[in-house]
Design a protein around this ligand. Structure first.
Ligand code: 5AD
Length: 319
């Protein structure tokens, strides 16, 4: 689909979107099939050196109880996820300097021989560091651009720029890592035109994966009083992302499920083909408060079983 920004903005604003949802669903089936790819998500540290204004993990939030898993426990949990049937593990954290590139690389080296693909999602690093992760065997890296409007980006991220963010994504791509990007829907100050720009930026970066989720206000952040993003608009953006990036991996984001469990199911019929399931130890799961949410107590094998049942109930095939 060779749409320009103006056309995308118009599509997003349509009264009736059902035809585009259907096109996205058909294209998803043709291009990536009927499986839903399951990723284990291990959130291993909620320490963060950044102060992103929307995020509950930001270093200026004194209310959050912080935790860190030791590298040995991270490796052990990844191996338990492999044992339970997961084929990919996403290791995610705040930007926590405790985990040096050497430590992260060593964890990847220990996990990879078990035959599970490793995705890292630990923030911004240098070009050489991303290369090093690839050398250690990391398969993918997830780093969302968050918003494509440079001014909005600067206002929300007191310690970074959009340019720096996108540069990191290019380094990730260049290092030979599959590149996961994405952005939020409903950030205060965002317009449909911004979202059109977000969609085009995914394609420009060459994202192999894109997570698109609604913004959810966190009570202990400066954006506590802002409205949450719209589930409908999130689904529209996912459908258009499918049309722009036909073969991409597009998750139904956890944030969408927190906002509306029903919409998280429906997004699989408008372009999405990936789901993430937490394997974070129970005592930490509820401390990883990017946005307010609570997660039920379920061990790793049981979580895998439930996500497979959920996928089958949607008429799809767990992968
Ligand atoms: N609401 C929704 N998503 C958020 N993220 C961070 N804070 C919020 C929030 N308040 C998303 C960002 C980040 C990912 C890990 O979580 O897109 O990249």
């Amino acid at each position: 689909m060779d749409k320009n920004r103006e056309q995308l903005r118009e599509l997003l604003a349509r009264e009736d979107f059902s035809e585009i949802f259907e096109r996205a669903d058909t294209l998803r089936r043709e291009q990536v099939g009927d499986t839903i790819r399951v990723r284990a998500l291990l959130e291993f540290s909620n320490y963060c050196r950044r102060s992103c204004r929307y995020c509950g993990l930001n270093c200026r939030n004194p209310k959050l109880e912080r935790f860190r898993l030791e590298p040995a426990e991270i490796v052990e949990t990844a191996l338990a996820a492999r044992e339970a049937g997961y084929r990919t593990i996403v290791l995610q954290s705040g930007e926590d300097p405790y985990y040096t590139p050497e430590i992260l690389g060593e964890m990847v080296r220990k996990i990879k021989p078990s035959g599970i693909a490793v995705t890292l999602s630990c923030g911004e690093f240098s070009r050489e560091e991303y290369r090093y992760f690839r050398e250690c065997g990391a398969d993918r890296y997830l780093l969302k651009h968050e918003t494509s409007d440079p001014n909005l980006y600067a206002g929300l991220h007191p310690d970074s720029t959009l340019e720096q963010r996108v540069q990191c994504q290019r380094y990730i791509k260049e290092a030979g890592l599959e590149t996961g990007g994405g952005f939020m829907i409903g950030l205060p100050g965002q317009t449909l035109d911004t979202i059109a720009g977000d969609l085009l930026l995914l394609r420009e970066i060459g994202c192999d994966m894109a997570g698109i989720g609604p913004f959810l206000p966190h009570p202990d952040t400066p954006l506590r009083d802002a409205a949450h993003g719209s589930a409908q608009l999130t689904m529209r953006a996912v459908a258009l992302a499918r049309l722009l990036l036909p073969r991409a991996n597009l998750p139904a984001t956890t944030a969408l499920g927190v906002l509306d469990a029903k919409e998280k199911r429906s997004v699989f019929s408008c372009g999405a083909n990936v789901i993430m399931q937490k394997v974070t130890p129970q005592r930490m799961k509820n401390l990883y408060q990017i946005y307010p949410a609570s997660f039920e107590e379920v061990d790793i094998p049981e979580g895998r079983k439930r996500v497979e049942q959920e996928i089958v109930s949607l008429g799809r095939i767990p992968e």
